[in-house]
Ligand binder design. Sequence first.
Ligand SMILES: [Zn+2]
Length: 294
Amino acid sequence: MSFRPSALPGPFRIDRLVEFEGPFRSATHLFPLATDAEVRATPTWQDDRFYDRQRDLLVMAFHALLVRTPSHNIIVDTCLGNHKPRPMVPEWNERSGAFLEDLGALGLRPEDIDVVLCTHLHADHVGWNTQRVDGRWVPTFPRARHLFARREIEHFRERMQNEGPAIHHGIWQDSIQPVLDAGLAEFVDGVHDVVPGVSLHPAPGHTPGCVMVRLFDGTSTAWLIGDVIHHPMQVDRPDWYSRFCEDPPAAVASRVGLLESIADSTTRLIPAHFPNPTSVRIVRTEDGFRVLTD
Ligand SMILES: [Zn+2]
């Protein structure tokens, strides 16, 4: 499945490679501060595209974003991957989806990907960094530069060494180390220009080194923000951090700062878990912010 968000910066094309889309988790589970009454009071609760009121579940997507610039093919967040053992999350466990076939349908082979960007190192953002070949995990995109925020890599390496290789579903062994071993990884600091028109920007909180990807054509801007906003309900309630945020106050500050900076502009947000329509704008209201899906 793919999409072409309206009003994207001129020379860029973005397609969405979807591994899951549908009702997924309750709002009170994902957002520890939320109560049922507060969830029902949000505008997003009334929007069928983003909330399944019958089942009382957030509608969410898990997708990678394929960004084609005039000069480069880039994958932002490599989603879940196939055959990854993730027994803690049934929807993620030992998948065998059509990700590479979907990429092929968009006219690209794995070796056509020039750059891989992971906004952060959670299991649903690094999966297709590798694929299983003859029982070994090998990089899926053999020619690609894989850019990681140095802060993020150091944080997860440290946690892996202190807490053991099972942390975060064992991603280090099956989705990070093989990329490092293949010499395909580059570590970057702060704001970093990736290729013309594409840059990385720190947005700490969800994880210590998480970054957002900015597309800019000289006039208009789109931000691919990973999990800085998980769900449209967090635009209604930016104070609701997720249960997976490592530093909740910093996560809220990064989210509010982003919303403040783009409200009432033409800038588009393309988060990692917004279901269709994934690309939104932000407008300011009397009491905060709302998503606009024009
Ligand atoms: Zn995520």
